[in-house]
Design a binder for this molecule. Sequence first.
Ligand code: PHE
Length: 347
Amino acid sequence: MKEQLEQIRRNAMEKLAVSHTLASLEELRLQFLGKKGEVTAVLKQMGKLSAEERPVMGQLANQVRADIEKLLEERRSALEAEALERKLEAEAVDVTIPGDSVSFGHQHPMNQVLEEIKNIFIGMGYQIVDGPEVELADYNFTRLNIEEGHPSRDRSDTFYFDDEDSILLRTQTSPMQIRVMEHAKPPICILAPGRVYRKDEADATHSPMFHQIEGLVVDEHITMGDLKGALVMLMKRLYGEDAQMRFRPHHFPFTEPSCEMDMQCHKCHGTGQVDGQVCSTCHGEGWIELLGAGMVHPKVLEGCGIDPAKYSGFAFGMGLERTAMGRMRINDLRLIFDNDIRFLNQF
Ligand code: PHE
């Protein structure tokens, strides 16, 4: 029996030493110490022993049990420590690894230029106002002295919503002149940027949706000189002191007299040629048309309840995309709407 117990101990020690999971430890515990285990089986045979042998064997059996229990406990805590170690290692966070970079967007070049322009005019005392893109033909045309049958009212140019051609997508920001003047009393000094729509095919300088910035100043003694002063100031602030611009006589039904202002082409510097070829940005003109302007027509003032004998005013409507093209040296207007990230990241 002594030999049997020693054998059990050796056997248990060997197996425990190579046991690498908590589950197999538990199996070994049952195998040796469980109710039907090997040590228990030996103890059950104690009855057969003589009175002298019994306490000796009993002590040995208890010793073997205690040894096995002790090793079991050691192995269990070792395995648990290993498991914890592995878990910590697996879950470890290396705080020195650089984080994933988050890419930020930025303002669109056209909006950057819009902000610049707004700030220049705010600096000259203008108030920024906003108005509807879905507009009444009355405001977009009629009250701007653009009569029924005028070519700009044509369905081939204008997006109408109804059969009576009375509701449309505004083709210009000029209806904002009416919307402001019908409520405000002079002095009026406003800037109204926004989207406008025309049935244009898209090319390097045209798009069916584009942006205009309307300006309107009405007060006593306002002259064409004030108009020119404001626009020259804008151009110098925007393009630098040596900005080149020119004013040409023009016709608009809602201003009299009227003019257009061009800026020198930023690509060919007014020569109309690039590397012996016709400049593609200004089509060889050397100039790019930026805006229409003029003195508010007396009929328009009168229609808004402003006495043209007492008050006069100037108005202008500039194309934002074209201005941004010059400011940011962009050669094709379609780039502004494409939203190609390679393009946008240049600004
Ligand atoms: N609304 C005109 C256009 O779109 C521009 C303009 C505005 C002309 C104000 C004169 C005065 O062409």
